[in-house]
Unconditional design. Structure first.
Length: 247
């Protein structure tokens, strides 16, 4: 897949979307028609239709080390992004991954072009976030800064990824044990640095995602449950060859 306007290096654009989400697909099409990029839909995995147990999701271990169960939509979301990474690797092309609830801001195209023109500066760059976090500036461009967040800003509506980084993420996510956006920022696990373009050139549509839900009633782990989770994580770090939550 190739972007027009002679963008170098070549760009692949994938929009993760449930096949039946026609209204969302119409909105995504309208947004991307404003850009010079060639793109395609990637059919999302509907977590609600998966047959359990899922080999890639060890539920008991997740409950012990994460502290709560992932929802079917969170599992489907992760599997969908893994499919996008596989496409990135197969085509050996920097890939722009969208979930289908996005809005493009005026500096979006310039941001993508500038990042593609400086591929050695990044492995993964998030183009959207849900939270404002402390950060440091790494490089200034005309309409945005390349920054590194010092906390997890949440969200995975849009990001750029290099094929080499996709290979690493794919290798380290054979087991799904945390929400996809947390995993992107989990450098101590996979070693890939997730930077960000700020101001973010992509926003969200403010509607509930159909492929990834973050339950409003999911409460922070506290008290005995938190201590027990800490014990299980210590056991995992001490005895596992590839711990899920390394220091």
């Amino acid at each position: 897949m190739q972007a027009i306007n002679s963008l170098k290096p070549l760009l692949q654009v994938l929009v993760i979307s449930l096949e039946q989400s026609l209204s969302r697909r119409e909105k995504a099409t309208a947004e991307l028609s404003k850009t010079p990029f060639v793109w395609s839909f990637l059919n999302a995995v509907d977590g609600r239709k998966l047959s359990y147990p899922i080999p890639a999701y060890p539920a008991g271990k997740v409950k012990r080390l994460l502290g709560f169960d992932l929802t079917p939509n969170e599992i489907g979301c992760f599997l969908s992004h893994r499919a996008a990474w596989e496409e990135c690797i197969a085509n050996q092309t920097p890939t722009l991954v969208f979930e289908d609830d996005f809005l493009l801001l005026p500096h979006f195209v310039d941001c993508v072009e500038q990042l593609l023109n400086h591929p050695k500066d990044w492995q993964i760059v998030r183009l959207q976030a849900l939270l404002e976090t402390p950060s440091e500036q790494l490089k200034a461009f005309e309409h945005f800064d390349l920054i590194r967040n010092h906390a997890d800003p949440l969200g995975a509506t849009a990001y750029l990824i290099q094929p080499a980084a996709a290979e690493v993420l794919l290798a380290y996510s054979r087991e799904i044990y945390e929400p996809l956006d947390h995993f992107l920022e989990h450098q101590s696990k996979h070693g890939q640095v997730c930077l960000a373009a700020k101001p973010y050139p992509v926003d969200i549509t403010k509607v509930v995602s159909t492929i990834a839900d973050r339950p409003n009633d999911r409460k922070p782990i506290k008290g005995f449950a938190k201590n027990l989770r800490s014990f299980y994580r210590w056991m995992d770090r001490t005895f596992a060859k590839d711990p899920w939550f390394p220091k």
